[in-house]
Write a new protein. Structure first.
Length: 127
């Protein structure tokens, strides 16, 4: 069972924070977002947690799914799903203690997942 959120933020307001985070990216990075679907989900699915070998939904704040630019090639087979970033509302709200922390965590999570799009691994992220 999921832990209780430290504070509430409606789904609509949370989605606006995600849109704001994307809009606040520096122009070269914002341009990269043109080809990525960004979705807000309440929680990561059990299937995703199982695939990533995670026991707790609070361990996953966002997820990049798709071919990274570092691995993209003219020879890549067509028909692949478009790149997608999922931002998980529940885990972020449970981990943050203030509205300001939520804003920062949403931005950091968007940046982190965009890092995966350009081919960075977790240990290579700038924070």
């Amino acid at each position: 069972m999921a832990r209780r959120r430290r504070h509430e933020l409606s789904s609509e307001d949370f989605a606006k924070l995600v849109q704001q985070a994307v809009g606040d990216l520096p122009p070269p990075y914002a341009k990269l977002m043109d080809t990525i679907a960004v979705v807000v989900e309440e929680e990561p699915s059990r299937e995703v947690l199982r695939e990533l070998d995670l026991d707790n939904e609070d361990d996953l704040l966002g997820l990049y799914q798709g071919q990274s630019l570092a691995n993209d090639s003219f020879f890549t087979a067509g028909g692949a799903q478009p790149a997608r970033i999922s931002i998980y509302r529940g885990p972020i709200l449970r981990q943050c203690e203030s509205p300001e922390e939520v804003v920062q965590e949403v931005y950091d999570t968007v940046v982190h997942e965009l890092g995966h799009h350009v081919g960075l691994e977790d240990e290579e992220m700038p924070y």
